[in-house]
Design a protein around this ligand. Structure first.
Ligand SMILES: [Zn+2]
Length: 586
């Protein structure tokens, strides 16, 4: 775990290093990749209060989450014990081509309590101990005996787990490069926070930092309290044009959430990236500025803080929350199965050991209930109108719209949902180095396959569900809270690394999702299709050179000039502080 306390003398010691370093400013910013020199920001702005906000962390936070007897990670490096847990496991992908095969696999994974990582209409990924493989194959039809491959063959699971934590050596490399002026390029200075996945003890001070540095449009809020007593932290980002007066219309608000499933670290880092991008772009770039004047965004990087901490300190592949169940040795409720709309926990009621355990009753999952209560209260008492809901997960690269619980019930706004889903997927695909995401219904994404019949026609085969799809956040927000634009987005990748996605993907995934969020914004503002999208994206604010665009990461640094906005100092200060913090940590 990171070092959160440090002697003041160390701050003084490194001061000359920082002042000598080139300014971070906008280098690597998604709206502004190029770097250019200007005067380093003075130290005087590093007030005691800000330092306390970044590094100060309540004792309570540090003591939570590491059960006695378990060896937590130290200095960001997982212990041997933690790694040994999965040393004998592999991930197998079964290619599915018939309903019988899907049924057999669903049944077998139930019998053997297997951990189904991900599934879609073509394949099912299952994590399994090597010595259980023969038992599994014994339960499967002959056709499946041969139609499987081992994923991540080049590296074992324990190694992939190890690689997903920040390593001291990579930190060393980044820092050294960042503080060598001649090597300072956009790729090495993208923003050190996003060079690694970050534990909750770093994420929360980072969120506090953003709120303290951009008070005009950022507020740090909590959207609930976890079972173990942690805050569920969030950032509310937006500019109210009425400036203090109570607006007459409810404030249109977009919820962007992640981390319901603890091990999906890329979802958490992506929400942080989206928050940071919009926050630091306000007042500089027209799209972001317009967006934040028109809507509030509430970014919730981890809905499941207990599970997230547990995934960092004890079990990298933990999925559920951490509340006890009726079975002493099987903790946790699947927070994406516990919402009351079409809750179908009856089927899994007797199986708290299932990775998809929905709880004993609707809303049994503590964090889901409290988050939903918060959201309801916002709409009923705080003049909020939720118009968008993006729930980020991993993996499989899909944009999924309601309903999740069943394919036989059509959502009332199906056409709109489909249209926007396709738009979001396209925005991702044409993004800077964006990947291909599939847009489909959340139910179909899991249970229907198209097959070529002998006469050359496409035939749809409905597969039995590998897991149930009821009680999802997606359906609840769409149906109960009437959130018009509701999506679950499964991020990178498609199985090469699964939940253990290498950290080099953090920024590219953030960038492709940022383009999706900007598209969503234009869609809600009604400007999609009215003008060339690139032109709209790059529209400069007053005083800005007309040549400016939101650049690609490979673009040359020359020819760009940022608008001098009210937040410029804060952005510089933010970068400096963050780099400073990284150096102190080591
Ligand atoms: Zn998930």
């Amino acid at each position: 775990m990171c070092r959160l306390t440090f002697p003041l003398v160390s701050l003084l010691f490194i001061a000359p290093l920082i002042t000598a370093a080139p300014p971070a400013t906008q280098c690597g910013h998604p709206f502004h990749t190029p770097c250019h020199e200007h005067n380093p920001r003075p130290w005087r702005r590093l007030s005691d209060a800000i330092i306390r906000r970044i590094w100060g962390l309540p004792e309570r936070q540090k003591s939570l989450g590491a059960p006695s007897g378990e060896a937590p990670i130290a200095g960001g490096v997982p212990s041997g014990k933690l790694l040994a847990r999965y040393g004998e496991d592999i991930v197998m992908r079964f290619n599915i081509s018939s309903a019988d095969e899907a049924s057999a696999l669903a049944e077998a994974s139930d019998i053997l309590f297997l951990d189904v990582w991900e599934f879609n209409e073509n394949w099912v990924d299952i994590r399994i101990a090597k010595d259980v493989v023969p038992s599994l194959l014994g339960l499967l039809p002959p056709s499946l005996q041969t139609s499987h491959v081992a994923l991540m063959q080049d590296l074992d699971l324990a190694q992939a787990i190890f690689d997903s934590y920040p390593s001291p050596s990579s930190t060393q490399t980044h820092d050294d490069r960042s503080f060598t002026p001649t090597l300072r390029t956009s790729s090495s200075t993208e923003n050190l926070f996003f060079q690694d996945y970050q534990p909750l003890s770093v994420v929360i001070p980072w969120m506090n930092l953003l709120a303290s540095m951009f008070p005009t449009h950022v507020r740090r809020i909590n959207v609930g309290i976890s079972f173990e007593g942690r805050d569920i932290p969030a950032l509310r980002v937006g500019v109210h044009p009425t400036n203090g007066e109570q607006p007459s219309d409810p404030r249109k608000t977009v919820l962007v959430t992640a981390g319901s499933h603890a091990r999906e670290w890329i979802s958490t880092s992506t929400v942080n990236y989206l928050a940071w991008s919009l926050i630091t772009s306000y007042g500089k770039y027209s799209t972001a500025t317009h967006l934040l004047e028109s809507f509030d965004f509430v970014f919730v990087p981890t809905l499941n803080p207990d599970g997230y901490v547990y995934s960092w300190e004890t079990d990298r592949l933990w999925r559920k929350n951490r509340q006890p169940t009726s079975l002493r040795f099987c903790r946790g409720v699947d927070l994406d199965r516990t919402y009351p709309f079409q809750w179908d926990g009856e089927s899994s009621r007797g199986n708290p050991c299932s990775e998809s355990f929905a709880g004993d009753s609707p809303f049994a999952g503590v964090e889901a209930r409290r988050f939903a209560e918060w959201a309801k209260n916002e709409t009923e008492n705080n003049n909020v109108n939720f118009v968008g809901f993006l729930d980020l997960h991993s993996y499989s690269q899909q944009v999924l719209y309601p309903y999740s619980f069943s394919c036989s019930t059509q959502p009332p706004t199906l056409e709109d949902l489909e249209e926007l889903a396709l738009g979001l997927a396209k925005a991702i695909r044409i993004s800077r180095k964006g990947r291909s995401y599939r847009a489909t219904s959340a139910c179909e994404g899991n249970v229907i396959i198209s097959k070529n019949t002998p006469d050359g026609k496409k035939e749809k085969i409905v597969l039995p569900r590998i897991e149930t799809g009821g009680g999802s956040a997606l359906d609840w927000f769409y149906h109960e809270l009437r959130v018009k634009h509701a999506y679950q987005i499964k991020l990178r990748d498609t199985g090469s690394y699964g939940f253990l996605l290498p950290k080099e993907n953090i920024i590219p995934t953030g960038q492709e999702m940022l383009d999706a969020v900007l598209y969503l914004g234009r869609y809600m503002l009604g400007t999609v299709g009215l003008e060339d999208e690139e032109t709209e994206n790059s529209k400069p604010l007053e005083g800005q050179k007309p040549t400016e665009q939101i650049p690609n990461e490979d673009d040359d640094a020359e020819g760009y000039e940022e608008v001098t906005g009210v937040e410029e100092d804060a952005a510089d200060e933010y970068d400096t502080l963050w780099e400073l913090r990284r150096r102190i940590k080591r």
